[in-house]
Design a protein around this ligand. Sequence first.
Ligand SMILES: [Zn+2]
Length: 236
Amino acid sequence: MELADMVWPRKCGVCGMSLHAGERYVCGSCLADMPLTYFWSWRGNPAERMLWVRTYLQGVVPLFYYSNDNDYRKLLHLVKYGGDTALGCRLGCMLGEKMREADYPVPDAIIPVPLHWLRRWRRGYNQAEVIALGVSEGLSGGQTPEIPVLTDILHRIRYSTSQTRMSVGSKWENVSGAFVLKDVKKAADRLNGLHVLLVDDVLTTGATVEACWDALRVIPGIRVSYASIAFVSRPG
Ligand SMILES: [Zn+2]
């Protein structure tokens, strides 16, 4: 047992049991039972069909299903509100590894969905950025340089209230037009004709993805895919 474990025993983020040696963040049993989407091997998956109504995304790959009746939602809460950036990075890395193993088209760059500066300042970090760094690590498979994570392309111009308890309709109004390119010319020069992977924590209605897509689509020849940790398959 490591010294840190004696002082502060490490617990599984899903079931709360103490972790054994070699286990990190999630115990072996919860890891084995994780409700993975397998969307990295499923062209035309339900998340893609949902987003293709309003966007031209190349692909959509969430890691696991989020639902109120399973405890895996706790992982997302730890990453989003609990300050557990290491867990966010680990889950992102896990997703990147799954994509790499499935020969998923490798993006040229990764763009985390930005937070408004005030929210980022209050939280101390952007959870999407932490996840994006993990995805880059997993996709790169130990090869350097890793896929660049770009935080100077998209800018969130509106501070919106928390979406957690909002209805589907108001979520749409809440983020539409919320994102712009920080510098249109610079973004066009940098990403012209490239494949970009947009990364966020959770995919619910797709409103946030669509708002980001609206900002990115002006870049000539850009192709955009999307990845997230969780997918709410029945938003409401
Ligand atoms: Zn567990």
